[in-house]
Design a binder for this molecule. Structure first.
Ligand SMILES: NC(=O)c1ccc[n+]([C@@H]2O[C@H](COP(=O)([O-])OP(=O)(O)OC[C@H]3O[C@@H](n4cnc5c(N)ncnc54)[C@H](OP(=O)(O)O)[C@@H]3O)[C@@H](O)[C@H]2O)c1
Length: 264
């Protein structure tokens, strides 16, 4: 028996560390059973044992390398066929350092596979399954670098701009289906991602770095408030609304039969 009424199962990718591990804990506390996915099975098993004991929810561990198409397809199939899954947290991701001109293209291809292709495949499967059920939640972890690509690695920033755009389109597509969609855009958050991608995070000013548990709690508060886009550190939500409003000013002129006067 669960301590809290079950909310269904939350599928969390990248649940073995950082943001995903905190989400797993918070979702268990909210009464979700869990399907935890990452490559490090030992860490996932350790988390599962702790979460079962602390929250009395069911926790399944699935070891998968989400840069490998056959492993992604299996997970996608699970999402399409398992009607107990009610939340997808598309969180697994990697960063990169350095200039595009000097990049290791195989590394960047794996980044795109994980941050873009896998996110898309899983979001598609969840959208189909959740819309059919008339309920469910899709959370995609983006990044604020989607809004400031000049300040970070090109491919990573572009992958997160993709996540933002995908989420906005998907939300429009799912309107009226009962499925909730959210993109979370964290700023710098203290996790292993920096070390893993060879970036020295000690150079980043302390007042720019958020603890992962504070980031996740803010993101879940944004979800509870019905936000489509959550930027955990942004003090004034009106600033984001103004950014979106500026887009709507452009909208009527983005596709016309004639070129603008300055081009003719
Ligand atoms: N930390 C930040 O400053 C920050 C800011 C903005 C956005 N984000 C985003 O937040 C998300 C989580 O990152 P994090 O900061 O929590 O980093 P993290 O601690 O490095 O966690 C990344 C997670 O992704 C998993 N993962 C990596 N490669 C994988 C693969 N090939 N297949 C399956 N799982 C894989 C890792 O597990 P295994 O190694 O066990 O596979 C780990 O659980 C990412 O999408 C990241 O881009 C982070």
């Amino acid at each position: 028996m669960n301590s809290v009424q079950s909310q269904g199962t939350a599928l969390v990718t990248g649940a073995s560390s950082g943001i995903g591990a905190i989400y797993a804990e918070r979702l268990a506390a909210r009464g979700f059973d869990l399907l935890l996915v990452a490559r490090d099975q030992e860490r996932l098993e350790a988390a599962a044992t702790r979460l079962r004991a602390e929250h009395r929810v069911q926790v399944e561990v699935l070891k998968a390398d989400l840069t490998q198409k056959d492993e992604v397809l299996k997970l996608e199939q699970r999402l399409r066929s398992d009607s107990s899954i009610s939340l997808l947290l598309n969180n697994a991701g990697v960063a990169a350092d350095g200039l595009l001109a000097n990049a290791d293209m195989d590394q960047l291809e794996r980044l795109i596979q994980l941050n873009v292709t896998t996110v898309t495949r899983l979001a598609s499967a969840a959208a189909a399954s959740f819309a059919k059920a008339g309920r469910g939640t899709i959370i995609n972890i983006g990044s604020v670098v989607a809004l400031f690509p000049e300040r970070f690695n090109a491919t990573y920033s572009a992958s997160k701009a993709y996540v933002l755009s995908l989420t906005q389109s998907l939300n429009a597509e799912l309107e009226g289906t009962g499925v909730k969609v959210q993109a979370v855009l964290p700023g710098v958050t203290r996790t292993e991602i920096w070390e893993r991608s060879g970036i020295d995070a000690t150079q980043i000013p302390a007042d720019m770095v958020m603890e992962a548990d504070d980031m996740v709690d803010a993101a879940l508060s944004g979800l509870d408030q019905g936000e489509l886009i959550t930027i955990p550190s942004l003090p004034d939500a009106a600033d984001w609304d103004a950014f979106i409003a500026a887009r709507h000013v452009l909208a009527p002129n983005l596709s016309k039969s004639k070129a603008a006067a300055r081009y003719t």
